[in-house]
Design a binder for this molecule. Structure first.
Ligand SMILES: C[S@@+](CC[C@H](N)C(=O)[O-])C[C@H]1O[C@@H](n2cnc3c(N)ncnc32)[C@H](O)[C@@H]1O
Length: 258
């Protein structure tokens, strides 16, 4: 199936800013939640006086956590103006000084060699041009700085048809890549890969939580978009089968700019 890049980007940006995404996922729009964000924050090895960019910052929860846990300055970049606005409000509410800006991961609004770390969680899988996003990450990093990334992983040729739709793309599945391919994207962009780890159990836990929220939605009639609960349940069942089959997973990659 060929879907235009612009359509994919616009669907992904609006889907994750929607009340349905917040209802199903909370403010952590990735497997592993705050605990996995802490693992990535530690891998970045940054502290006060350093600047980190959270690429595809979503609700802003990870950027705020990173600022609190490490004391570094953080800027969040996301394609969705609604998400950037919500994240800016969350930062003001929590009294944490993090700036959020609208921008595309494939053309980051940051100068060359201007940041001491890049965080990117569960997002490379939905960027249509992953090589461009990897090059952008490498471009903005200072020499010696790291990117810590977590992402959905998949062997696309083994995914069933229902996991290759636009909805499955938005759900981070249809264009996810195997963990070694994600590492190769970063090394092809000039980064030195230091760590590659599967975290498939994090995806299993997320699917269980989403299935439970969908049951609540079915009982209470929330998520009023026609067919949304049915479609969500079908995606979760297919994703769980693909995970059990080893065709789908989650993982982390840490790489350093030489
Ligand atoms: C699965 S969510 C992950 C959000 C956040 N990183 C987290 O883990 O909570 C994907 C995010 O990517 C953003 N996004 C999609 N395409 C993008 C692009 N080309 N550039 C920047 N952000 C993008 C969406 O708006 C959404 O907030």
């Amino acid at each position: 199936m060929t879907i235009a890049a612009a359509e994919i980007k616009s669907c992904c940006a609006s889907a994750y800013a929607s009340p349905a995404a917040r209802f199903l996922l909370g403010d952590r729009l990735h497997p592993g939640g705050a605990a996995l964000t802490s693992v990535l924050a530690e891998a970045l090895a940054v502290g006060p006086g350093k600047l980190v960019v959270d690429v595809a910052s979503g609700s802003g929860a990870s950027a705020l956590q990173l600022a609190r846990e490490t004391g570094c300055d953080v800027i969040g970049v996301d394609l969705s103006p609604e998400s950037v606005e919500a994240a800016t409000l969350a930062a003001a509410d929590q009294g944490v000084r993090v700036r959020f800006v609208v921008g595309d991961a494939e053309a980051l609004p940051l100068a060359d060699a201007s940041v001491d770390g890049v965080l990117c969680e569960c997002a490379l899988c939905i960027f249509p041009d992953k090589a461009a996003a990897a090059r952008e990450i490498a471009r903005v990093l200072r020499s010696g700085a790291r990117v810590a990334l977590s992402d959905m992983t998949a062997e696309r040729e083994r995914l069933p048809a229902e996991l290759t739709s636009l909805a499955a793309w938005v759900a981070c599945v249809a264009d996810a890549r195997p963990l070694p391919e994600i590492a190769n994207l970063l090394s092809d962009a000039g980064l030195h890969v230091e760590r590659v780890e599967a975290q498939d159990e994090m995806l299993a836990a997320l699917l269980d939580r989403v299935a439970a929220r969908l049951s609540v939605a079915r009982m209470t009639g929330s998520m009023s978009v026609a067919g949304a609960v049915d479609q969500g349940e079908q995606l979760v069942v297919a994703a769980r089968a693909a995970l059990d089959d080893g065709a789908l997973g989650y993982g982390i990659v840490v790489a350093r700019k030489p």
